[in-house]
Design a protein around this ligand. Structure first.
Ligand code: ADP
Length: 256
């Protein structure tokens, strides 16, 4: 049987909440065996952009990454957020290395084609170099991935962190028995988004379709679940969607 590997994605809101983040990093550090952390960026980029006089443009709740915003997300996600996580993990005894998709050519993407909406400098993932990540992991290093990729032509692209997590999980499923944990500020996929205790403990693809059509699952949870099912379809053993302070695999929603 393949060796176990845990990939934890930490959502944007958690990255900005010091108490939750510190707890999550402690729990992440305590996970036995090989692991990878993937982080979002959240509102930190919006705040810093606004202090630089750069306006954040959103369409349907999604960020439009123009060239000024691309500079900000590169600095904030690839620098500030990523490097602070590395320093905190080192303090927990985890020998972490921060990576964007450009580092070691780990994630190649292309600029999303313009359809109804021009999202700007946003990357859709083409490939993840699982072998490159594995070489780090086998050397005892824990990769920490920022939500940035590159197009191979010299450009960084802003990329959804949930997608980075699922694509990385898929690439590493060739070598390991992978569990992917999406951690965020809620207790799981909720039957009633206003009731924190209404956790759906297990969700199938047909449940998912029903929940989307009746509006139970909406917003950012739709692409998150699509990413989760895509990972399962490509050999990832288990996906868990759970509270950032409950990443032991026994809480939240399970997809398998
Ligand atoms: P992240 O925090 O990982 O960046 P997103 O903001 O993209 O995640 O997606 C999670 C969000 O999806 C939640 O914060 C919540 O507002 C929304 N959501 C919609 N439907 C549900 C649901 N049924 N259960 C939990 N969250 C839901």
């Amino acid at each position: 049987m393949a060796e176990k590997l845990t990939i934890v994605k930490v959502g944007g809101a958690v990255v900005e909440n010091n108490d939750q983040l510190d707890q999550l990093l402690k729990d992440f550090s305590a996970i036995n065996g090989k692991k990878v952390l993937v982080h979002g960026g959240g509102r930190r980029a919006t705040k810093i952009a606004s202090s630089l006089g750069i306006e954040s443009k959103m369409v349907n709740g999604r960020r439009i990454t123009d060239s000024a915003m691309l500079e900000v997300v590169t600095m904030v996600y690839g620098g500030l957020v990523n490097k602070n996580l590395i320093a905190k993990l080192q303090a927990e005894g985890v020998n972490a290395i921060g990576l964007t998709g450009a580092d070691m050519n780990v994630i190649h993407s292309h600029k999303r084609p313009v359809k109804e909406v021009d999202y700007g400098f946003v990357g859709d993932v083409d490939s993840v170099d699982g072998a490159a990540l594995r070489s780090l992991i086998e050397a005892g290093i824990t990769p920490v991935m920022a939500p940035l990729t590159h197009d191979g032509k010299g450009n960084i692209l802003n990329t959804n962190a949930d997608t980075i997590a699922s694509e990385t999980a898929k690439a590493l499923a060739k070598y390991y028995d992978v569990t992917l944990i999406y951690s965020f500020e809620k207790k799981g996929v909720l039957r009633n988004p206003d009731d924190d205790e209404s956790i759906i403990s297990k969700i199938t693809r047909s449940d998912f379709k029903t929940y989307v059509s009746d509006g139970t699952v909406a917003g950012g949870m739709i692409p998150k679940l699509e990413n989760a099912f895509a990972a399962i379809d490509s050999g990832v053993k288990k996906v868990n969607i759970t509270l950032a302070t409950a990443i032991d695999g026994n809480h939240g929603t399970i997809i398998e």
